[in-house]
Design a protein around this ligand. Structure first.
Ligand code: S3P
Length: 173
């Protein structure tokens, strides 16, 4: 089985993925890390030197390859992955994949992301917490239609990572 973790930036996909993989004894693949490894440069550098369109093209290609994996795998996506090309349908149609939306609220995400924006090219330019809330509010509104197609939804606000992992395991098995 492939357990696909998706949700907005800052929703905990990578850190929850690490703990979940350890608990279930599954392989762990973080799509952003995978892209960085394959392309030999960081996601921020890809955005800067090759542009977002190139990034999205590679993201879709690698996602589709990874959805063919047969080993038990936790696959943590980037925040935008489900929202481009036909990626969300590819996830839903992949035979042995189960999709999980890690759902953070607007206040939680903006507070967290304002402190951790530097490595994220789409929000690095946002200058105040108020503007961050405005930006993420619009962005989440556009993206929620894709995220909400996931088979399982888990609320993540102010929960310990281990609690989120336990909620996922309860929902899955
Ligand atoms: C993006 C989220 C990032 C990364 C890229 C684009 C997005 O991943 O894929 O910067 O469009 O939301 P995280 O969600 O892991 O920050």
């Amino acid at each position: 089985m492939i357990i696909v973790l998706l949700g907005y930036m800052g929703s905990g996909k990578s850190s929850v993925g690490r703990i979940l993989a350890e608990k279930l004894n599954y392989n762990l693949i973080d799509l952003d890390d995978f892209i960085e490894e394959k392309e030999g440069i960081s996601v921020s550098e890809i955005f800067k030197t090759k542009g977002e369109v190139y990034f999205r093209k590679k993201e879709t290609e690698y996602l589709k390859d990874l959805l063919k994996l047969e080993e038990n795998t936790i696959l943590s996506l980037g925040g935008g992955t489900p929202c481009y090309a036909n990626n969300m349908d590819a996830i839903l149609n992949a035979e042995n994949a189960t999709s999980i939306y890690l759902k953070g609220s607007l206040p939680f995400l903006s507070q967290k992301l304002f402190k951790k924006k530097a490595k994220r090219p789409l929000i690095a330019h946002v200058e105040s917490e108020e503007l961050m809330t405005e930006f993420i509010g619009k962005h989440l509104f556009e993206r929620s239609q894709f995220y909400s197609k996931a088979e399982i939804h888990i609320v993540t606000d102010y929960k310990e990572k281990i609690e989120i992992v336990e909620d996922i395991i309860l929902a899955l098995f």
